[in-house]
Design a protein around this ligand. Structure first.
Ligand SMILES: *Cc1c(COP(=O)(O)O)cnc(C)c1O
Length: 412
């Protein structure tokens, strides 16, 4: 046994989160060649299936829908699910109850949040002197596309800047700033507290996209005074393919939050069927139309794995996993063959490691054939996500070893 496999075994034995792995459906050694039981390092794209989900979905479909039918809107709690599940996500992102509503995709929620942010500013100042939206130029593409449309709709100019350039780009013209907490490509963690403070000092509204941080590290939305935030639930929250996203509107802004998508579900009296729109109070002002109940209730079952799990413990393990992966990669992979794009400093690292690598697309295909599943991001990035709830240190060592062997095979 090599020194690193021995260390992996020790780290796994001391891992206080080791028990949560049993709550997920994952490969066993027999599913793959004996030297490489499946290692799932793509939970930052699609989280693994929590074992509680299939039974719950079966109940929702057969009993709640099949037998109770329309009664389930009340009797099975369907109508209030967006707020109820929002309150379940809230502690994971450092939010008190009553500020998060679940529904729609992240893209749609980015739209609601950004247009809502510009409207907050113009309602506050009573004029349109703030006519710029700053957007993270390194962002996941959908955020940039939606921000562009939101800017056109609100008469603003869109200014793409890197997060590091935000403090220098803020001015009396800035209405809103859309930032990613963790960069989806490099895994870089941005400084949410100080960037939020800078946005506020300039009198603008801070909108954060938490897709790659929620469920992987503490966010502290309330503590840091974030105005609006969005995130998806199918990455580190394991809600399943296409599970609904969420929108956070800080409590003291809710009365003034003016959604660009005011549907009947956010009406003060949804069954009053009034001609005139009158927004409900509270987080449910972020709702639009009929919620996607099947995927929403699958998400609710998926969130049960968080019972008794602290996000601080998740963060500690996440950093240990990525540290150990980087250590194994530098021990096993010939110098210069890959280059980490993920910062070494803990305060700048999310829960993934991105390695720049020649032939990255081909390399990732071969890794997947050997049961080590990460993903490829154009043009030359191997991305490995580490979900502390179900990834162990033995997995990490094996993934690095298989990567080194694969690169060796390609060279030979
Ligand atoms: C995953 C991700 C999305 C996904 O948006 P969808 O509307 O769910 O497809 C959006 N933004 C970021 C930053 C992401 O990482």
């Amino acid at each position: 046994m090599s020194e690193l496999t021995a260390r992996a075994a020790e780290l796994d034995a001391a891992d206080e989160l080791a028990g949560t792995r049993k709550q997920f459906v994952l490969d066993t050694a027999s599913d793959h060649a004996a030297d490489a039981a499946g290692v799932y390092l793509d939970g930052n794209s699609l989280g693994a299936l929590p074992a509680a989900v299939p039974g719950r979905v079966d109940d929702v479909v057969r009993r709640q829908w099949g037998a109770l039918r329309i009664r389930s809107w009340d009797e099975s709690g369907w109508w209030t699910a967006p707020e109820r599940i929002g309150d379940r996500i809230a502690p994971l992102v450092g939010a008190a109850a009553g500020q998060i509503v679940v529904g729609d995709s992240t893209s749609v929620n980015v739209f609601k949040a950004l247009v809502g942010a510009v409207r907050l500013v113009s309602s506050e100042h009573g004029d349109e002197t703030r006519d710029e939206i700053l957007v993270d130029a390194t962002t996941f593409p959908t955020d940039g596309y939606i921000a562009g449309s939101a800017a056109r709709m609100t008469g603003c100019t869109l200014r793409p800047v890197t997060p590091a350039e935000v403090p220098g780009a803020l001015s009396a013209r800035t209405a809103a700033v859309l930032l990613n907490h963790v960069d989806y490509r490099t895994g870089r963690l941005h400084d949410l507290p100080s960037l939020t403070a800078a946005v506020h000092a300039a009198g603008a509204v801070a909108v954060w996209d938490l897709c790659h941080s929620a469920g992987a590290l503490p966010v502290g939305l309330d503590e840091h005074g974030v105005d609006l935030a969005v995130g998806c639930t199918y990455k580190y929250l394991n809600g399943g393919p296409g599970s609904p996203a969420y929108l956070y509107v800080r409590e003291d802004l809710q009365d003034r939050f003016d959604s660009p998508l005011p549907g009947w579900n956010s009406h003060a009296e949804p069954f009053g069927m009034r001609d005139a729109y009158e927004p409900a109070s509270g987080a449910l002002r972020g709702r639009v139309g009929t919620p996607d109940i099947l995927s929403m209730l699958a998400l609710e079952a998926a969130l049960e794995v968080w019972g008794g799990v602290s996000i601080e413990a998740v963060r500690t393990k996440s950093l240990a996993l990525t540290d150990f992966f980087l250590e194994c990669v530098s021990a096993y992979v010939p110098q210069g063959r890959v280059e980490s794009l993920t910062p070494l400093a803990h305060e700048e690292r999310g829960s993934q490691v991105a390695l720049r690598c020649d032939d990255a697309g081909d390399v990732m295909k071969r890794l997947i054939q050997r049961g080590v599943v990460g993903d490829f991001r154009h043009p030359d990035v191997l991305r490995f996500g580490f979900t502390p709830l179900y990834v162990g240190f033995g997995d990490v060592e094996r993934a690095a070893r298989v990567l080194a062997e694969t690169l060796g095979d390609l060279a030979g």
